[in-house]
Design a protein around this ligand. Structure first.
Ligand code: ATP
Length: 140
């Protein structure tokens, strides 16, 4: 059975997650409050819906409770990211992954019920540094 994902926030990070999951055959509900973003992803995701994720009622209407894994990819607006995460945790979503903007943001996200917090820029920097070291070792 296809796993169901929802991606909230279709910036560069959320957008590429949405694209990749869809290309891998997963069912993806794409959510953004910006109509242009939704138009961009409506042919990529299984469903693309304009909604403000800080509105609990709107998330319930979308049937978010039935989704296995929700990714919160709102970066700049920390308040919206935190509020969205609290709502998802209260609704009992089984797996919540959230993009953090700072260590402080990450700490709060962990306390309020995020299951996995990512810092794309920091995590990628670390990964590249390690791959640079291993390619250097192979060069010897
Ligand atoms: P990236 O670096 O990945 O491009 P970013 O850090 O610039 O992302 P933002 O611009 O803050 O991230 O947000 C990404 C997307 O999230 C935007 O398309 C924005 O419209 C959407 N977004 C922000 N707040 C909400 C919200 N409350 N509900 C739904 N979508 C939202």
């Amino acid at each position: 059975m296809k796993r169901e994902f929802a991606v909230i926030g279709l910036g560069r990070f959320g957008g590429s997650i949405c694209e990749e999951l869809s290309m891998e055959g997963m069912k993806v509900l794409a959510i953004d409050k910006n109509e242009h973003k939704i138009n961009e992803y409506k042919n990529i995701a299984s469903h693309a819906v304009i909604a403000d994720s800080t509105d609990e009622h709107a998330l319930k209407e979308l049937g978010i409770k039935n989704i296995d894994h929700v990714i919160v990819a709102i970066g700049d607006n920390i308040q919206a990211s935190i509020l969205t995460t609290v709502i998802l945790a209260d609704l009992g979503i089984k797996k919540i992954t959230v993009k953090a903007q700072s260590d402080y943001h990450e700490k709060i996200l962990n306390k309020i019920g995020a299951h996995h917090v990512v810092h794309p820029e920091r995590d990628m920097g670390k990964r590249i540094a390690h791959s640079l070291i291993s390619s250097n070792i192979l060069d010897y």
